[in-house]
Ligand binder design. Structure first.
Ligand code: ZN
Length: 55
């Protein structure tokens, strides 16, 4: 695990499984989120879809 307790995660479209976004995620501390989920625009689907973190 990285010393700064953060990691880069890919955000994957729920519909087409494209990895459209990357984000930093805290893995320690008070703001820890178990599973990230964002509503983002997907170029492939041509609409806003749910994007979830993948590893
Ligand atoms: Zn998509």
């Amino acid at each position: 695990m990285a010393k700064d307790a953060r990691e880069i995660v890919a955000l994957e479209c729920e519909s087409c499984k494209s990895r459209n976004y990357h984000t930093e995620k805290r893995v320690k501390g008070q703001d820890v989120v178990k599973r990230l989920e964002f509503l983002k625009y997907c170029k492939k689907c041509k609409k806003r879809t749910a994007h979830k973190e993948s590893k």
